[in-house]
Write a protein that binds this ligand. Structure first.
Ligand code: BDP
Length: 716
C-alpha cells in the first residue's frame, strides 16, 4: 500500500468517525462504541438476545434494541433460542413465561405500570442480564435505559436497577396552531402535517415518539392553549387519531386543548355556560365521540379567562365549575383535565405576580378528582428567573401540575445557548415549607400521588420542522432534560447534562468537559446579560426577544415591572407593598420579605431598592447591576472560546452550527447589556466605569433595532 492510499484510508476513517451530522437523530445516534473506550458494551458483541413477544410496544422495543445494538456494536443481535450465558432476556411475565419462576418475579409485580428492572442475575444456572417489566411500556422504557447505559459508557456487568416514574402524567404541551404555525415556536413549523393526516404518517412522528419514550414522556397535547374550537370537530378528531395510532406503541397518549366556547362555536348552542344542562350534555357527547376515535385519549388542557380566552367566569361561574364540567365528561373513560392557573387581569392596579394565587387558592379542594390545576413554574410568565409559584405548597387539596417552558420564549429563542436543566432544577428543589423543611416543589408534586392518586408535570416544547428539531442543537438538551426530570424530578441537572452530552457528542473527556462547562454556565450567563438581580419582563413587548425596558403604552408598560425612577428600581412586593411575599409559607415569606435576607437573585423582584444601596458584596446596587450585565457578555465570549477548542473533535457541521450561533448570541448579549444599562442610566445618572468596554451606540440606536434585526452598523 503506498502512502497516498494509506492517507486516503486514514481520511476515510476520520471522516467516518466524525461524519457530518444534522442533529436529526437527537440523543439516539447510536454511534459505534470505540473498542478502546470503557468497552463493556463492546464485549457484548457476541451476546445473544432473547426477546419474544408480538404486541405493538414489544415490537417497537425490539426494533429499538436492534437498531441500538447494531449502531453501537456494529452487528445485528442474534436471537437466542434457549438460555445460555451472557444472553440478554427482555420482556414481561406474559412474554417470557419463565420470569414467573424467578426470584425477581415479586419485584416485577411490585413495579408500577411503567416501571422496569434491569438486573444481572442467574436464570436456570446461566448468567444473564434481564430487562423486565410488568407492562410492555415498562419493557420499552427499560430497553431505552439499557441502551443509554451503553451510549454513556457505563459498566454493564453488575446491574441492579429498579425504576418507577415519580410522576404519573409527563406531558408535552405543544402550542401548535392548526394552520401549521407554532405560538412561540422558533424551530420552524408544526411537525403535525394536518393536511395529510390521518392517512399519511410521516417517519418523523415515529421518531418523535421514540425520542419521547426514551426519556419517559407519556403524553402530548397536540394544539395551542390559545385554542380553536374546530380542533374538536369530527374531521379534526379523525386527524388527531392518526397521530394517536403512531404514538400508542410508545406509550404516548394524545390530549387536546378545549376551547371553552366550543359548544357555541361548533355545537350550535346559544351558550357555553357550565351550569346549562345542554352545554354539559354537549361536552359529554363530544367526549364520547373522541373516545370512539381515540380509545386511549388523555384528556383536555384548558386556558380559560386568561389573555382574552373564554371561560366560566364569563357566566359568573368559577374555574372549578368549568373544570368540573369537563372532568365529569371525561371521568368514565379515565381522562383528565389540566386547567391552567396562568390567569391575570391586565389592570395596572393589580400586581400580576399575586393574581394566580388569589384566584385559585380560595378554590382549593373544589375540583373534581380527575382535575389538575396547572400553574407555570413562577408567578409571572416564564421569565429567565422567577421564584417558585406560591400555589406550590398552597393547594394541598388539589393536585397541581407544574408547567415549564422548554421553548425559549424569554431566553433568546432558538438563537441562544441556554441549558434549562438548571432552571428546572432550581424550581423543583425550591423549598415551599408546606409541611416544614424539605417540602420542595418536587416533593409537593410527588406527594399528590399519595394524597390524590395522580401527579403530573408539563412542558411547552421547542420542537418544530427544523432538521435538528429544536433550531439550536443545544435546545435538544432542554427537551431531554424536561423528560428526565418529569420521570424523576429529583435528578440532578448536572447528571442529565452529562448523559445528554455523552449521547449527543462523545464519551471522550476532551469533548465532554468543555461541553458541560458551557451548558452549566449558560443559564446564569443569560440571566446576567438580560435580567439580573430579580429584574423581569423587560423584554421586547411583541417578540419577547431583546431588551425593551423602555416600552410604555396605555395597555402594557415595562415600567410596571421595574418601576424605575431616578432614586430607585424594583417593585415592592413585601407585606408593606403588594403583599406577594405573604403568599409564601414561613420562613420563605420572611426571607423574601426582608431585604437583608432576600437572595440577591430575587432582590428587585421583591424589593424597591435605591441605586446607592449597599449590597452584601460592598458594592452599590448600580455597580453590581453593571457588573452582572458585563459578566454576562464576557461569559458568552468565554463560551465561544471554549467551544472553539472543540474544532476537529466533533464533526464540522455541528461545530460550525453552534459556533455561528454563539457569535449571534454575543451580538444579542451586547444589545441587551448596552440597551438596558443606557436606559437605566437615564434615571440613575451614574457612570459605567471607564475601565469597561463602553457602549458603542446611543440608547436611541439600541431602542430602534428591530427584530428580526438589521444589525448594520452595530460593529461600526
Ligand atoms: C405567554 C405567551 C403567550 C401564551 C401565554 C400562555 O407570550 O404566547 O399564550 O403565555 O401561556 O407567555 O397562555
Amino acid at each position: 500500500m503506498n502512502l497516498k492510499t494509506i492517507g486516503l484510508l486514514l481520511l476515510l476513517c476520520c471522516t467516518q468517525w466524525l461524519h457530518a451530522e444534522s442533529g436529526y437523530e437527537l440523543w439516539l445516534r447510536y454511534q459505534p462504541v470505540g473498542e478502546g473506550a470503557l468497552c463493556e458494551a463492546y464485549r457484548l458483541k457476541n451476546r445473544k438476545v432473547m426477546f419474544p413477544g408480538e404486541t405493538e410496544s414489544l415490537v417497537a422495543a425490539r426494533q429499538e434494541l436492534q437498531a441500538g445494538l447494531k449502531g453501537l456494536l456494529g452487528v445485528a443481535f442474534a436471537e437466542a433460542a434457549a438460555l445460555e450465558d451472557n444472553v440478554l432476556v427482555v420482556g414481561t411475565p406474559q412474554s417470557v413465561s419463565s420470569f414467573k419462576k424467578q426470584l425477581f418475579y415479586d419485584e416485577i409485580n411490585g413495579l408500577s405500570d411503567e416501571g422496569y428492572l434491569i438486573q444481572s442475575c442467574k436464570m436456570e444456572g446461566k448468567k444473564v442480564t434481564v430487562i423486565a417489566a410488568r407492562t410492555d411500556i415498562g419493557v420499552l422504557y427499560g430497553v431505552f435505559h439499557y441502551l443509554r447505559l451503553m451510549q454513556t459508557n457505563q459498566p454493564l456487568d453488575k446491574l441492579t436497577i429498579t425504576e418507577n416514574p415519580k410522576l404519573k402524567y409527563r406531558v408535552l404541551n405543544h402550542w401548535d396552531n392548526l394552520n401549521g404555525t407554532i405560538e412561540r415556536g422558533y424551530a420552524g413549523y408544526s411537525i403535525w402535517n394536518w393536511e395529510r393526516l390521518p392517512s399519511y404518517k410521516e417517519q418523523r412522528y415515529t421518531d418523535y415518539a421514540r425520542a419521547n419514550a426514551s426519556i419517559g414522556i407519556n403524553g402530548a397535547v397536540l394544539n395551542n392553549v390559545n385554542a380553536q374550537a374546530k380542533s374538536l370537530r369530527t374531521d379534526w378528531l379523525v386527524k388527531a387519531s392518526g397521530l394517536a395510532d403512531v404514538f400508542r406503541p410508545y406509550g404516548i397518549k394524545v390530549y387536546l386543548t378545549a376551547k371553552f366556547s366550543a359548544p357555541k362555536e361548533i355545537g350550535g348552542l346559544k351558550t357555553a355556560n357550565p351550569k346549562d344542562p345542554q352545554v354539559r350534555q354537549w361536552w359529554k357527547d363530544k367526549v364520547k365521540e373522541i373516545y370512539s376515535l381515540i380509545p386511549d385519549f388523555g384528556g383536555f388542557l384548558v386556558k380559560a379567562n386568561s389573555e382574552g380566552q373564554p371561560g366560566p367566569q364569563d357566566y359568573g361561574c368559577s374555574h372549578a365549575d368549568g373544570a368540573n364540567m369537563l372532568a365529569e365528561a371525561l371521568e368514565p373513560y379515565g381522562g383528565v383535565v389540566f386547567w391552567r392557573a396562568f390567569v391575570y387581569q391586565n389592570e395596572r392596579h393589580v400586581d400580576r405576580v399575586i393574581n394566580g394565587y388569589n384566584e385559585f387558592k380560595p378554590l382549593d379542594g373544589e375540583f373534581g378528582k380527575n382535575v389538575f390545576v396547572q400553574p407555570k413554574n413562577g408567578p409571572i410568565d416564564f421569565q429567565p428567573r422567577e421564584p417558585f409559584h406560591p400555589l406550590f405548597g398552597g393547594m394541598p387539596g388539589t393536585p397541581l401540575s407544574l408547567e415549564f417552558q422548554i421553548t425559549q420564549e424569554n431566553l433568546g429563542h432558538a438563537g441562544h445557548l441556554v441549558y434549562l436543566g438548571t432552571l428546572f432544577e432550581e424550581t423543583l428543589q425550591s423549598d415551599t415549607y408546606e409541611n416544614g423543611k424539605g417540602s420542595t416543589v418536587s416533593k409537593v408534586l410527588q406527594n399528590y400521588q399519595k394524597t390524590h392518586g395522580i401527579s403530573a408535570i408539563a412542558g411547552v416544547p421547542n420542537i418544530g420542522t427544523d432538521l435538528n428539531w429544536t433550531g439550536h442543537l443545544f435546545g435538544q438538551a432542554n427537551w431531554y432534560a424536561f423528560g428526565r426530570l418529569a420521570w424523576n424530578p429529583d435528578m440532578s441537572s448536572v447528571q442529565i447534562a452529562e448523559d445528554w452530552a455523552r449521547m449527543t457528542f462523545s464519551n471522550e473527556e476532551n469533548v465532554l468537559s468543555p461541553v458541560l462547562k458551557i451548558m452549566l454556565m449558560s443559564r446564569e450567563t443569560y440571566v446576567d446579560y438580560t435580567m439580573p438581580l430579580g429584574l423581569n419582563h423587560i423584554m421586547n413587548y411583541d417578540t419577547h426577544n431583546g431588551p425593551e425596558s423602555w416600552h410604555d403604552d396605555p395597555v402594557w408598560t415595562a415600567f410596571d415591572y421595574h418601576k424605575i425612577t431616578k432614586d430607585s428600581i424594583g417593585v415592592d412586593r413585601t407585606v408593606d407593598g403588594t403583599g406577594a411575599t405573604r403568599q409564601y409559607h414561613s420562613p420563605v415569606c420572611e426571607k423574601f420579605d426582608d431585604i437583608k435576607k432576600c437572595p440577591p437573585e430575587y432582590l428587585l423582584w421583591f424589593h424597591r431598592v435605591p441605586w446607592t444601596y449597599e449590597m452584601a458584596s460592598g458594592k452599590t446596587l448600580w455597580d453590581e447591576l453593571v457588573g452582572h450585565y458585563y459578566k454576562g457578555v464576557n461569559e458568552v465570549r468565554l463560551m465561544q472560546a471554549i467551544w472553539s477548542g472543540l474544532k476537529g473533535k466533533i464533526d464540522d457541521e455541528r461545530f460550525n452550527h453552534v459556533a455561528s450561533l454563539l457569535k449571534y448570541q454575543e451580538r444579542e448579549a451586547i444589545w441587551w447589556r448596552d440597551g438596558c444599562l443606557l436606559f437605566f442610566q437615564e434615571y440613575s445618572g451614574l457612570p459605567i466605569p471607564a475601565n469597561l468596554e463602553q457602549p458603542r451606540h446611543s440608547l436611541k440606536y439600541y431602542q430602534t433595532i428591530p427584530f428580526p434585526h438589521d444589525w448594520k452598523g452595530l460593529y461600526e
